[in-house]
Ligand binder design. Structure first.
Ligand code: SF4
Ligand code: SF4
Ligand code: SF4
Length: 245
């Protein structure tokens, strides 16, 4: 019960969190900072100790939770140094958004967001060997919704495992495109035609027509953010694999 213990600890009563930026558009950080208006009520239990947008801190302090947006560029020494420092100074790391969790537009160069020519190789932090076991949660989205980030922070403070478990699964998952919704839900006969995947898609790569009652997918505009599969009410159910006899 680490985080709860910490909050009850009178000498260090606040959960220290930081926000760190790798190769990204900063959209996830904007969504993260957006939640702070709603987060006023938890400011007595949380302290933002690092953010390149909001704090003047140059040195990275030791902290409880590092939220990281963006993919790691293998040709960028600054990124490699940051990852090494976070592996030593943070207790856990949370990947925020498709770039950090799955590679997103960085790795796949899609959605009309190609990387700079000198930067060719990107990996999500969930796949970095040095951070194995340290990246405990991944939050899908491009960017994730601010309310989702707020609720995630609350769940982290309360150690609400029911809420956190899907994010733990996402940190170990490589399933982050509309293809996975088709393969994991529709093709297995699990789709109930609710349309949530389509509503969650930031690029409309997943569309939904009432008359078809099933989603369809346009891979050319998918940014591999993982929102569709994560938001599908059928995707986390432990159904057995279908058999065709
Ligand atoms: S996941 Fe989307 S919003 Fe977040 S940094 Fe990547 S491109 Fe930007
Ligand atoms: S289909 Fe849409 S929601 Fe699903 S991964 Fe692609 S961009 Fe994200
Ligand atoms: S969210 Fe899941 S169940 Fe709903 S339409 Fe999409 S694939 Fe089907």
């Amino acid at each position: 019960m680490f985080f709860k213990d910490k909050i009850l600890n009178e000498e260090e009563p606040k959960l220290s969190i930081g926000f760190f930026h790798l190769s990204s558009c900063s959209g996830c950080q904007v969504a993260f900072l957006d939640m702070f208006e709603a987060a006023v009520e938890i400011l007595d239990t949380v302290k933002l100790v690092y953010s390149n947008m909001l704090t003047r801190q140059k040195e990275i302090p030791y902290l409880d939770v590092a939220f990281v947006e963006g993919a790691l560029c293998l040709e960028e020494q600054h990124h490699l140094n940051l990852i090494r420092e976070l592996s030593e100074k943070s207790k856990i790391i949370v990947a925020i958004g498709g770039c950090s969790s799955f590679g997103g537009v960085r790795r796949f160069s899609c959605g009309n967001q190609p990387p700079q020519p000198q930067h060719q190789s990107f990996v999500p932090i969930t796949e970095v060997e040095l951070l194995k076991g340290k990246v405990k949660y991944a939050i899908p989205g491009c960017p994730p919704n601010s309310s989702l980030l707020y609720n995630f922070l609350l769940a982290l403070l309360e150690l609400n495992d029911d809420f956190l478990q899907p994010f733990e699964i996402m940190a170990l998952s490589k399933k982050a495109s509309g293809f996975d919704v088709i393969a994991e839900v529709v093709n297995k006969g699990l789709c109930v035609g609710c349309g949530t995947c389509s509503a969650a898609c930031p690029t409309r790569a997943i569309s939904f027509k009432i008359e078809c009652a099933k989603p369809s997918f346009n891979p050319s505009i998918c940014v591999h953010c993982g929102s569709c599969l994560a938001s599908c009410p059928q995707s986390f159910k432990p159904y057995p694999q279908p058999t065709y006899t």
